[in-house]
Design a protein around this ligand. Structure first.
Ligand code: NAD
Length: 487
């Protein structure tokens, strides 16, 4: 098996296994090949990981942010040196084309280690508050043991986006990747040890929806950061609330991308394609409801169809491939069922909708698909599909499109393409979302906060803002004179 790790879990600085755990296979989605065999964590493995994290955390928290940051920056360097190897693993784990993983996965994880490693010494400072003679100061203190739970679309990036701010702030982490993509996070754990991270601070355990609650409900866990779907978010946030634990929820979306008739057509089409087909459409922030102003609808659709049909589909390990398979057969089937609903509810299939004819029958491929004449009430316009399916909706004016774009329980992202400067900012101001893009789409550099509003979640990843979600403020009031008591 070409991606078999030494063992299923990485705890206290080493690979460990427990054969009593439920066995599961890791599948390369392009061919159906079994690339690794692993075990889900038993309760004993969960205990071992949390105990290691709890033991290691206080000493780590006592180090200076500069010393912690230095280790993270070293990890970033190692990740960049091994970018090719890590990207190939990410491609095997997810089926995403190497053309993407080589620029977007380990590199964005490395950006995260580099950014938080560099920014922490200044960003973790507290405040001095003068109070006349007395004064107070605040400290940003770590929370303790944090749990990270990942989705399957960006396994290495998600591990780093959670691990970097948690660690640099002085916490320890137990990370559970998605059962669909168990491999990348193990490598991140290995690299952190090589970079000098003390043992026990970043642990990886495997498992699925039955393992997650063992972590979330554990009394020694102070915080849970989940990347996943809204239904999972509700369960995890509910369980965490029962013990008043901190949470960050990075959940799903059905984001609007609004194209006005004065927009640069090629850029708007490029943005819409990136925001629907990158990572085979398995991106939470995708602009899956593309509202196109009526005057440019037909030229937009004609050019979109031409460019979509030119997408190179094939072996993800071939550098020329632009679109790979879905992560699993279950996800492929779910996306096909949405395509059938789209047709049945009267949307016009512009292109795609089937299995590409140039790929292995065992691979979980789907053609990039565009529906036009989609209306707000259709299932494909309301529910997150999480596959390469773009819905194009028509609109006439600004007030109408803002109201329709906001008529959803989700609020992760939104985009607007227009040449009108004031309209761009006005619309960005009124769309309800955590991240807005003007004349571009889906760019998430580590410097900017990322996260959702409404049911797409709360808390923010990336940027200095993420550090607030892995620390709490401690206030110290200092009395400088005698205590004046009235009795
Ligand atoms: P999922 O919700 O099925 O699973 C996410 C993770 O939660 C997995 O590791 C799973 O094992 C775990 N889990 C499931 N039930 C659990 C429970 N009760 N307690 C604890 N853990 C549990 O999501 P998925 O299918 O892996 O990923 C796709 C979803 O993730 C989409 O909705 C997508 O929009 C979302 N997503 C969001 C972001 C973001 O940053 N906002 C990024 C990527 C993906």
């Amino acid at each position: 098996m070409r991606a078999q790790p030494k063992a299923s879990h990485f705890i206290d600085g080493e690979y460990v296994d427990d054969a009593a755990g439920t066995p599961f296979e890791s599948i390369y989605p392009a061919t159906g090949e079994v690339i690794a065999r692993l075990h889900a964590a038993t309760p004993a493995i969960v205990e071992k990981a949390i105990a290691a994290a709890k033991r290691a955390q206080p000493e780590w928290a006592a180090m200076s942010p500069t010393a912690r940051g230095r280790i993270l920056k070293r990890a970033a360097e190692i990740m960049r040196q091994r970018n090719r190897e890590l990207s190939e693993l990410e491609t095997l784990d997810t089926g995403k084309p190497i053309q993407e993983t080589i620029v977007a996965d380990p590199t964005s994880g490395a950006d995260s280690f580099e950014f938080f490693g560099g920014v922490a010494p200044a960003a973790l400072n507290g405040d001095y508050i003068p109070l006349g003679g007395d004064f107070a100061y605040t400290k940003r203190v770590p929370l303790g043991v944090c749990v990270g739970i990942g989705a399957w679309n960006y396994p290495q990036q998600i591990a780093c986006w959670k691990g970097a701010p948690a660690l640099v702030a002085g916490n320890a982490m137990v990370f559970k990747p998605s059962e669909n993509t168990p491999l990348g996070a193990l490598k991140i754990a290995e690299i952190l040890i090589e970079a000098g991270l003390p043992k026990g601070l970043f642990n990886v355990i495997q498992g699925d929806r039955s393992t997650g609650p063992l972590l979330v409900n554990h009394p020694d866990v102070a915080k849970v950061s989940l990347t996943g779907s809204v239904p999972t978010g509700k369960k995890v946030a509910g369980a965490a609330a029962a013990e008043l634990k901190h949470v960050t929820m990075e959940l799903g979306g059905k984001s609007p991308l609004v194209v006005f008739d004065d927009a640069d057509l090629e850029s708007a089409i490029g943005g819409a394609m990136l925001g629907n087909f990158y990572s085979t459409g398995q991106v939470c922030s995708n602009g899956t409801r593309v509202f196109v102003q009526r005057k440019i609808k037909e030229p937009f659709l004609a050019r979109l169809k031409e460019r979509t049909e030119a997408i190179v589909i094939g072996d993800p390990l071939d550098e020329a491939t632009q679109l790979g398979p879905m992560v699993s057969a279950a996800q492929r089937d779910k996306v096909f069922s949405y395509i059938e609903k789209g047709k049945a509810e009267g949307a016009r299939l512009v292109t795609g909708g089937g299995i590409p004819n140039n790929v292995s029958g065992e691979g979980t491929y789907i053609q990039p698909t565009v529906f036009a004449d989609v209306t707000d009430g259709m299932t494909i316009a309301r529910e997150e599909i999480f596959g390469p399916v773009m819905c194009v909706l028509d609109f006439d004016d600004e007030a109408e499109v803002i109201a329709r774009a906001n008529a959803t329980e989700f609020g992760l992202s939104a985009g607007v393409f227009t040449a009108d400067l004031t309209r761009a900012h006005r619309v960005a101001d009124r769309l309800e979302a955590g991240t807005l893009w003007i004349n571009t789409y889906n760019l998430c550099p580590v410097e900017i906060p990322f996260g959702g509003s409404k049911q797409s979640g709360f808390g923010r990843e990336n940027s200095v803002a993420a550090l607030n979600h892995y620390t709490e403020l401690k206030t110290v009031y200092v009395g400088m004179g005698p205590v004046e008591a009235p009795y």
